[in-house]
Ligand binder design. Structure first.
Ligand SMILES: Cc1cc2nc3c(=O)[nH]c(=O)nc-3n(C[C@H](O)[C@H](O)[C@H](O)COP(=O)(O)OP(=O)(O)OC[C@H]3O[C@@H](n4cnc5c(N)ncnc54)[C@H](O)[C@@H]3O)c2cc1C
Length: 235
């Protein structure tokens, strides 16, 4: 039973062309399922005229451009994507602010296996003039020292967690000592309109580097499925 559970929650179980690794290989995002194509989008837009096509023509691409440029967004809601995401808890928190997605996540109330912690491949310094931003100015030595401190904190948190479980403390309370760098896995389903909105906000210089890596990975996964849309929105 537990083997089956683990198999579905690793990138090894997703074909190479359907997942992208991020955060120096510590995280990944996979494409689980897709409903619809670019043809679906133009058919949805034209349903008001009772027209339907089975493949895209130049005219349809012009229509797609019109829809995107004029924010005629409802036809975009007829194409739907499901992703599986493996990321640190703090990325999960930022992601789940996007309320138009549907989510299901591994629960640490049910399992205490496969505990992993994210350690940044590049440790950044705090920006002096923007409280939400970071900069690449830390020396290699300081980055190494920071990473060693993170490893030590993770080891300590895991020891306490295991001690609590050994004492008989329930998983749902013991998990409270695990830090924000804990890796989690969730499914996320979204329509194309809200996906484009997410990517605009999260593949942006104002977004945290870590979530930006996921947004860029998603573009890589979906670009072949929506080549005209990708070109129109300037990816
Ligand atoms: C760079 C950056 C920094 C951020 N910093 C912070 C922060 O410091 N603190 C913080 O709390 N959050 C922060 N956020 C989160 C941000 O406020 C949004 O919650 C998040 O980006 C989701 O955007 P959204 O609401 O547009 O997306 P979704 O929730 O996916 O919604 C998409 C669109 O649907 C509509 N919509 C959805 N729900 C409602 C609703 N209830 N009422 C009306 N319209 C709705 C809106 O038009 C919305 O734009 C940050 C986001 C970014 C990108």
């Amino acid at each position: 039973m537990s083997t089956e559970t683990n198999r579905t929650l690793t990138s090894a179980n997703i074909p190479p062309e359907r997942h992208v690794k991020v955060l120096g290989g510590q995280g990944w995002v996979g494409l689980v399922d897709v409903l619809g194509t670019e043809t679906t989008l133009v058919n949805a837009a034209r349903v008001s005229f009772g027209k339907r096509v089975s493949s895209l023509t130049e005219r349809d691409v012009t229509l797609l451009r019109y829809l995107l440029e004029h924010r005629h967004t409802s036809p975009l809601e007829h194409m739907v994507f499901t992703f599986i995401v493996h990321c640190p808890l703090f990325v999960r928190s930022q992601w789940h602010r996007h309320r138009t997605w549907s989510y299901n996540e591994i629960s640490r109330r049910y399992t205490e296996v496969d505990i992993e912690f994210y350690v940044p491949p590049h440790v950044r310094a705090q920006s002096a003039d923007n409280r939400q931003a970071s900069v690449d100015t830390l020396s290699a030595e300081k980055q190494e020292e920071a990473r060693a401190a993170m490893h030590a904190a993770h080891r300590h948190a895991l020891e306490i967690y295991q001690r609590l479980l050994a004492l008989g403390v329930c998983r749902e309370q013991a998990r409270g000592v695990l830090p924000q760098n804990l890796m989690t896995t969730f499914w996320a389903t979204v329509d194309l309109n809200n996906l484009l909105h997410f990517l605009e906000l999260r593949d942006h210089e104002g977004a945290q580097w870590e979530i930006r890596q996921y947004a860029q990975a998603i573009k890589q996964l979906v670009r072949p499925l929506i080549p005209h849309v990708a070109e129109i929105v300037g990816w």
